[in-house]
Ligand binder design. Structure first.
Ligand code: BG6
Length: 469
């Protein structure tokens, strides 16, 4: 086989963000509330309402993207800007905002990649019928997505259905759940998962019908996992963890099936959702065009024997979520360095994920997020010298190249994030951007943008189509 030294000519060199993390304007122009607006951590950790104020700075941000040479920009649409209650009336001001953003991108020759739903589930739907826990959620999601296809599909050809569904399932507040009973929350999470998968399948179909040349896929989170030792029990724990944490959404999205281990795991706990007639056929018939995945780190998996307190009679009743219930636990990997937040940095893990996904599903891959979070302070003079980030991105792109060399096909790669934005969990002090945004947790300063060293590195990388990798 010929060794591939170059990235494909049409490789989408991209960068990504999500609406609630960058837009700000949380209460402006008719936007409705989402679960991310009302979550408990908001007022405590930082000011979320303004975020990076991209809503008012988008022209400047797109100009910077153009200067960087981006071929693609992945952003999410805030569902409640379009439908403030999640369904019902359309908010024209919200529709107009994304028209302006998309037009600006197209004029700059940047391919828009649109995430339909990135954690921001409408609070209105939680109040109307309990959100994803109700089957009604399927139609409302498909209607919303179809509205986007009809409105923006003339210019947007790449679509992402749901960001990190596999995480949403285990995060009760993102589903609008209030209780703290782990067992009930997981049960609800897997019911929501089923509804999300049916909604995604119907949306793959709608995209193919409504968007000429449209391509659509999910964006799951896929951490590489390793068995922590060569003890056979660790190997089995690793196999289980891969099935019940990593593959389950993609198996439903792509193969249209509940994987054997995953199904058993749900059934043992009484968590298997009741399927309706036609559900499995719907999943089987409708496929994505590519697999999008977010990759940041790897995890080491060790066996974790059940304790007696989880046993009832002769039967092992595993009531708690996997990590606490005798299937596996995550342990520190002594071979890897980690970020300040303990995320273990592992480019070889990315190569492994690309190969695993390609072998299992045979669909082209789009890396929808990959990046390095750090604390950064703007120097008095000059720019932020984020060599650690450059090293991280360089190594991970090299891993993509190695995967290409064994036949894996890629559509593109999006670093996370283009500019500094509010972190999912850690406020504004965890920065990922190629562009610095001048604000602190609560002091919003002037929100000015400054290019970091990594901006210039990515610019050069794109300009030579990755020949420097
Ligand atoms: C992914 C999410 O989980 O990871 C992003 O899709 C998030 O929304 C990113 O920001 C990094 O996580 P964090 O918590 O470091 O911001």
């Amino acid at each position: 086989t010929k060794t591939i030294n170059s990235f494909p000519k049409n490789f989408l060199w991209g960068s990504a963000t999500a609406a609630f993390q960058c837009e700000g304007a949380a209460y402006e122009d008719g936007k409705g509330l989402s679960v991310m607006d009302v979550r408990e951590q908001n007022p405590k950790i930082c000011n979320y309402e303004v975020a990076s104020d991209h809503y008012h700075h988008f022209k400047e941000d797109v100009a910077l993207m153009k200067e960087c040479g981006l071929k693609a920009y992945r952003f999410s649409i805030a569902w409640t800007r379009i439908f403030p209650q999640g369904n019902g009336n359309v908010n024209q001001l919200g529709v107009d905002f994304y028209n302006r953003l998309i037009d600006e991108l197209v004029a700059a020759n940047i391919t828009p990649i649109v995430t339909i739903y990135h954690f921001e589930y409408p609070q209105g739907l939680i109040e109307q019928y309990g959100g994803w826990l109700s089957r009604k959620s399927i139609d409302d999601y498909v209607n919303y997505a179809s509205f986007l296809f009809k409105t923006y599909g003339d210019r947007v050809k790449y679509w992402i259905t749901i960001n990190e569904q596999d995480h949403v399932v285990h995060m009760p507040f993102r589903l609008g759940l209030k209780g703290d009973d782990l067992y009930e929350n997981e049960k609800a999470g897997f019911l929501a998962n089923h509804h999300m998968c049916i909604a995604a399948a119907k949306t793959f179909k709608a995209c193919h019908e409504l968007v000429e040349g449209g391509k659509i896929g999910p964006a799951v989170c896929f951490d590489m996992m390793y068995p922590t030792s060569n003890r056979p029990a660790d190997m089995m724990a690793w196999l289980d963890a891969m099935e019940i944490r990593n593959y389950y959404v993609l198996d439903l999205n792509v193969k249209g099936e509940y994987g054997g281990v995953f199904k058993r795991y749900l059934e043992d706990r009484g968590w298997m959702p009741k399927l309706q007639e036609g559900d499995l056929a719907c999943l089987k018939e409708n496929k994505p065009d590519f697999i999008g995945f977010n990759y940041y780190a790897s995890k080491s998996i060790s066996a974790y024997p059940l304790s007696d307190k989880n046993k009832i009679g002769d039967m092992v009743i595993k009531l708690l979520p996997a990590e606490e219930a005798g299937i596996y636990k995550v342990v520190k990997n002594e071979n890897l360095n980690a970020t300040l937040w303990g995320w273990e940095i592992d480019d070889i893990g990315l190569e492994g994920v690309c190969r695993l996904l390609w072998e299992r599903y045979r669909l082209p891959l789009m890396i929808t997020e990959n990046g390095f979070g750090n604390k950064e302070v703007m120097p008095e003079e000059g720019m932020i010298q984020d060599d650690d980030r450059i090293d991280y991105l360089h190594r991970h792109l090299l891993a993509v190249k190695r995967a290409m060399n064994v036949g894996v096909e890629f559509i593109g790669y999006c670093n996370w994030s283009f500019m500094d934005i509010v972190s999912g969990h850690s406020g504004f002090s965890k920065r990922y951007g190629l562009v610095y945004v001048n604000r602190d947790e609560f002091d919003l300063k002037d929100l000015s943008r400054s290019k970091k060293k990594s901006f210039y590195w990515y610019q050069e990388t794109i300009a030579c189509n990755g020949e420097n990798i």
